[in-house]
Design a protein around this ligand. Structure first.
Ligand code: PMP
Length: 804
C-alpha cells in the first residue's frame, strides 16, 4: 500500500513481502506516526551479518541480494542447489502478536488452499516462526525466512481483462482461505481499514485543494449516512485488506503468481477486500469502472456476494479512494521531505474518484451490483452497433431518430449503454417489471431442471392450464399453450373456421393481430396501401372522440355495434367465422369500449353464426385494472381467448383458451401441437408471472396508479390545448394530440416530436392510432405514483415547449 507504484523489477517487488505493520496507527490523526514506515528507517545489517544470521538461525547458506524495503531489510537468497528464499529482517518496532498472526495466517492458507500463491514461512532450526537477533542499537530484531514467489508487479494499464479477472478470483480465494482463521491479534486497528473511514475526518484539513477536500467530505458524509450503519450486518472475518498493485505479482501469462504483504490484515467485512482491490489495483487506468466490473466478475465467480455487500461495493471503493487521498496528503504534511514518495504513491486515486463522481456514485453502484450478480453486459459502441444492425437486419424496425441502446432493465426502469436510465412507460412485455427476480429464478431453475416439449407428462403445463382456466369463465375449459400472439391468433382463426364452417373474418379498422399470413390478413394496421384480403371485412372501432358516433350522442355504442351486420355483407357470402377484437382497441387508438358495446357485438357475431375471439395480447394480464382480462368488465364470454406478450415477462409464451365443444370441430387426428409451446420453462415463466400479479396486487395497482396518472393527464389537458383527449383504463392510457381542440385534426408530427423529447428527458413512450397521433402509455404494472408524477411533469414541460 505504501510503496510507490509502478513497474518494479520482479525481485524488488518483494521488498514489502514480509508483512510489515506499515501503516499509520489509529489515534495518530494529529501528529507523527508511531507505526508509519516513514517514521523509522529499515534495519541496516551488513551482508556478512545477514548471512551469519541466516546460517545460524535457519541453517541456510547462499548468496544474498538486497531488495527494497520501506521498513524492513529484505534479501533474496539464492542457495548453491538452486533454491530461492526471501530473508527478512523486520523493524524492531513491529509488534510480536501481529507478526505471529501473519505467520499463523500464512500457515492456515497453506493448509486449506495449498495452491494459493502466498509465501510459506520457514521455521528456524529451533522450530520457531522467527528468531530475534540483537542489532547494533541493542534492540531485538525479528528475522524471518520465506519461500520466494515468482512474478513481478505491473502497471495498472498493463492489466488485461484476463489479468483483472485473475486478480478478482485470487482475492476471493484468499478470503475463502482465511474464512476459518482466527487470531487474537486480528482486532488490530489501522486507519487503512475502510470501516474506519470516519476517523479520517480530522485529517481532511491536510487535503490542500478545496474542491478535492469537498469531494472527500462528500464521500465521508455518504459513508456515515449509508454505509457505516450497515457494516455490522455484513459477513466479517480476517481479510488481507491490501490487494494493491504493489502486493500482487503476476507471471508472464499475466495471471496472479503471488500475493505479498499481509501487514494490513485485520478483521473486517469480507467485501472490503474486493473494494480495496478495485480501488488500489485500478487507479492509473482510463477505464476504471469498466475494469472494475471485470475484476468483480472474477471475484463473484469464486465467492458470490450478498445483496447488501454488492449494494455497498461502490461506496466502499469510493471510501478507500478517499482514504488514499486523505492519508497521502496528510502524510505529506507530516513528512514534507517525502513529497515525491507521497505524490507518487496515490496519483491515480483522485482520478478514479473523479470518474466515479462523473458517472454518479449511484449509477456506478448499480453497475457494480450488476457485476456482482455475474451479469456483465456487453457495451459495444452505439454507432458501429447501429450500423451493423442496419446491415444485418435491414427490415427490423427501431424506435427513435437516435435509437436507444439498452443493456438492462429493472422494475420500471431501463438502462442504456452509457448508464443512463429511462422510465419505461411503454412496454407491456415486462408486465411485472423488468428482471423480476421471481420470474428470473423460475426460468433459470426450470431451464436447469428440464426443458423439453410438451409431449411428456409434466406438472408445469397442467398447472398453468388449470390456473388460466380458473381466471376465465367455466365455458373456456380447453387450453393450448403456444409461443406468440400471432401463433395463437393464427390457430384461433383455423379453429373458428373449422367450428363454424364459415370463411370470413371481421376486425376493427386499424386492428393488429399478428405477423403470420393468416393474422396479417386480420391486421389492417399493417396492410400495404390498397391491400384488403377478400375474406376480411372491417368495422369501425368505437371511437367516441373522433369516430362517426361521439360519446355525447345517445345510442353511440349500438350504432358502432350495428356495423357488424353491415360488414358481414362485405364478406362475399363467406359468412363470419370469427370477429377478432382487442377489448381495449389498442391499435385503434386505445379506446375503452362504451358500456354494452362488446356485449352487443358478441350477440350480433353469434347471430351471424360466428365466434368472438378476445385478443388479450395487449390489454390482458391485469393491465386494465379492474380484472385480469380486459373483456371481463363488459360481462361477455368470448368463444376464444388469446393471450401472449406479457405472459412470460419476456419469456416467449402465449396461449389460446377455448371451449372443448368448439375445439371438437378440429378432427382428433389433427395434432394441435407446437414444439416449444408449453415447454416447462415457458410454463414456469407464465406461472411465476401470474403468481407475482396476484401476490403483488398488480391488477389493483394498475387501477390505482392508472387512475392517478389519468387524473394527472386530464389536468395537463386543461392546460395544453394540444391534448384533445385522454382515455383508457388502468395502465393502458392514450393521450390524443390534435392541432386544435375544435377541429380535432390529428397532430401526428407533434406526437413524434413529443416522444423524442420525452426520450431526451429519460422517459420512453410510444404512439398509436390510425393517424399515429395518440401517445401510448403502457408501462410495466409495477409503475408507482412517483413514476406517474415524473411522466406527467416531463410531459408538461415538453408540451409547454414549442417543439424541439
Ligand atoms: N394481438 C395483439 C393485440 C397484439 O398487440 C400483438 C402484438 N403486438 C399480437 C396479437 C401479436 O403477438 P406476437 O407479436 O407475439 O406475435
Amino acid at each position: 500500500m505504501v510503496q510507490p507504484p509502478g513497474p518494479l523489477a520482479g525481485d524488488a517487488s518483494h521488498g514489502d513481502a514480509g508483512a510489515s505493520a506499515s501503516h499509520p496507527q489509529d489515534g495518530d490523526a494529529g501528529g507523527a506516526l508511531a507505526g508509519d514506515p516513514l517514521a523509522s528507517q529499515p534495519p541496516t545489517f551488513s551482508d556478512g551479518a545477514a548471512r551469519r544470521i541466516l546460517r545460524d538461525g535457519f541453517g541456510v547458506t547462499g548468496s544474498l541480494a538486497a531488495l527494497a524495503g520501506e521498513r524492513d531489510q529484505n534479501f533474496r537468497v539464492d542457495t548453491a542447489d538452486g533454491q530461492r528464499f526471501l530473508f527478512k529482517i523486520s523493524n524492531p518496532a513491529d509488534t510480536r502478536p501481529v507478526l505471529a498472526m501473519q505467520t499463523a495466517a500464512l500457515r492456515h492458507i497453506e493448509q486449506v488452499d495449498p495452491g494459493m500463491p502466498v509465501m510459506r514461512p520457514i521455521p528456524t532450526t529451533a522450530g520457531e516462526p522467527w528468531a530475534e537477533v540483537p542489532g547494533p542499537d541493542g534492540r531485538a530484531y525479528p528475522v524471518r525466512l520465506f519461500t520466494f514467489l515468482p512474478g513481478r508487479t505491473v502497471a495498472a494499464a498493463e492489466l488485461t481483462p484476463a489479468a483483472l479477472r485473475s486478480i478478482g478470483q485470487v482475492t476471493a480465494r484468499l478470503g475463502r482461505a482465511l474464512r476459518g482463521f482466527f487470531h487474537p491479534a486480528a482486532d488490530y486497528e489501522i486507519l487503512w481499514d475502510i470501516t474506519r473511514l470516519p476517523a479520517l475526518r480530522p485529517m481532511l484539513g491536510h487535503v490542500p485543494d478545496r474542491a478535492r477536500r469537498a469531494q472527500v467530505a462528500r464521500v465521508l458524509d455518504r459513508f456515515e449516512a449509508r454505509v457505516a450503519p450497515v457494516l455490522p450486518q455484513l459477513r466479517a472475518q480476517v481479510i488481507h485488506a491490501d490487494m494493491s498493485l504493489n502486493n500482487v505479482l503476476l507471471g508472464e501469462d499475466l495471471q496472479v503468481s503471488g500475493i505479498v504483504d499481509f501487514g494490513d490484515m485485520t478483521h473486517a467485512p469480507l467485501v472490503c477486500d474486493l473494494a480495496v482491490a478495485v480501488a488500489d489495483v485500478l487507479h492509473g487506468r482510463e477505464d476504471t469502472v469498466g475494469a472494475a466490473e471485470v475484476m468483480i466478475g472474477g471475484y463473484v465467480a469464486v465467492t458470490p456476494l450478498d445483496d447488501e455487500e454488492a449494494g455497498l461495493l461502490a461506496d466502499l471503493v469510493a471510501a478507500r479512494l478517499a482514504a488514499d487521498i486523505t492519508l497521502t496528503t496528510w502524510r505529506l504534511g507530516v513528512y514534507p521531505d517525502n513529497a515525491a514518495y507521497a505524490a507518487d504513491s496515490e496519483v491515480g486515486a483522485p482520478a478514479f474518484l473523479d470518474s466515479i463522481e462523473a458517472l454518479g456514485l449511484d449509477a456506478v453502484g448499480e453497475r457494480f451490483r450488476d457485476a456482482c450478480r455475474g451479469l456483465p453486459y456487453r457495451r459495444s459502441a452505439t454507432a458501429p452497433l447501429l450500423e451493423r444492425r442496419r446491415r444485418a437486419l435491414p427490415r427490423s424496425p427501431l424506435f427513435y431518430d437516435h435509437p436507444v441502446h439498452l443493456v438492462r432493465g429493472e422494475g420500471a426502469w431501463l438502462f442504456d449503454a452509457a448508464g443512463r436510465r429511462y422510465l419505461d412507460c411503454y412496454n407491456n412485455v415486462p408486465v411485472v417489471g423488468h428482471g423480476h427476480p421471481r420470474v428470473v429464478r423460475a426460468v433459470a431453475e426450470q431451464q436447469r431442471l428440464l426443458a423439453t416439449h410438451s409431449r411428456y407428462l409434466h406438472e408445469a403445463i397442467v398447472e398453468l392450464a388449470e390456473r388460466l382456466q380458473a381466471t376465465l369463465p367455466p365455458s373456456l375449459d380447453a387450453v393450448i399453450v403456444l409461443n406468440s400472439g400471432s401463433e395463437a391468433n393464427d390457430l384461433a382463426w383455423r379453429i373458428a373456421r373449422a367450428a363454424t364452417g364459415h370463411a370470413g373474418a371481421l376486425v376493427t379498422e386499424f386492428a393488429y393481430h399478428g405477423l403470420t399470413e393468416a393474422t396479417h390478413a386480420l391486421s389492417p394496421e399493417e396492410w400495404a396501401a390498397g391491400e384488403r384480403p377478400a375474406h376480411v371485412a372491417t368495422v369501425p372501432a368505437p371511437d367516441g372522440y373522433r369516430g362517426a358516433y361521439r360519446r355525447d350522442q345517445a345510442g353511440w355504442a349500438e350504432r358502432y355495434a350495428a356495423h357488424v351486420d353491415e360488414a358481414e355483407a362485405g364478406l362475399g357470402g363467406r359468412g363470419v367465422a370469427a370477429m377478432f377484437a382487442d377489448p381495449a382497441f389498442t391499435a385503434d387508438g386505445i379506446l375503452a369500449p362504451p358500456p354494452g358495446y362488446l356485449r352487443d357485438v358478441a350477440r350480433r357475431v353469434r347471430a351471424l353464426g360466428g365466434l368472438l375471439v378476445a385478443d388479450e395480447v395487449q390489454a390482458g394480464h391485469g393491465r386494465c385494472g379492474s380484472h385480469l382480462w380486459s373483456f371481463q368488465p363488459s360481462g361477455i364470454e368470448p368463444d376464444l381467448v388469446v393471450m401472449g406478450k406479457p405472459m412470460g415477462n419476456g419469456f416467449p409464451v402465449a396461449a389460446l383458451v377455448a371451449s372443448s365443444a368448439v375445439l371438437a370441430a378440429v378432427p382428433e387426428e389433427v395434432e394441435l401441437f407446437s414444439t416449444f409451446g408449453g415447454n416447462p420453462v415457458a410454463c414456469a415463466a407464465a406461472l411465476a408471472v401470474l403468481a407475482v400479479i396476484e401476490d403483488e396486487g398488480l391488477t389493483e395497482n394498475a387501477a390505482e396508479v392508472g387512475g392517478y396518472l389519468r387524473e394527472g393527464l386530464l389536468a395537463l389537458q386543461r392546460r395544453h390545448p394540444v391534448i384533445g383527449d385522454v382515455r383508457g383504463e388502468g395502465l393502458l392510457l392514450g393521450v390524443e394530440l390534435v392541432e386544435d381542440p375544435r377541429a380535432r385534426a390529428p397532430a401526428a408530427a407533434r406526437a413524434d416530436q413529443v416522444t423524442e423529447a420525452m426520450r431526451d428527458r429519460g422517459i420512453l413512450l410510444g404512439t398509436t392510432g390510425p393517424a399515429g397521433n395518440v401517445l401510448k402509455i403502457r408501462p410495466p404494472l409495477v409503475f408507482r405514483r412517483d413514476h406517474a408524477d415524473r411522466l406527467v411533469n416531463a410531459l408538461d414541460e415538453v408540451l409547454a415547449a414549442p417543439g424541439r
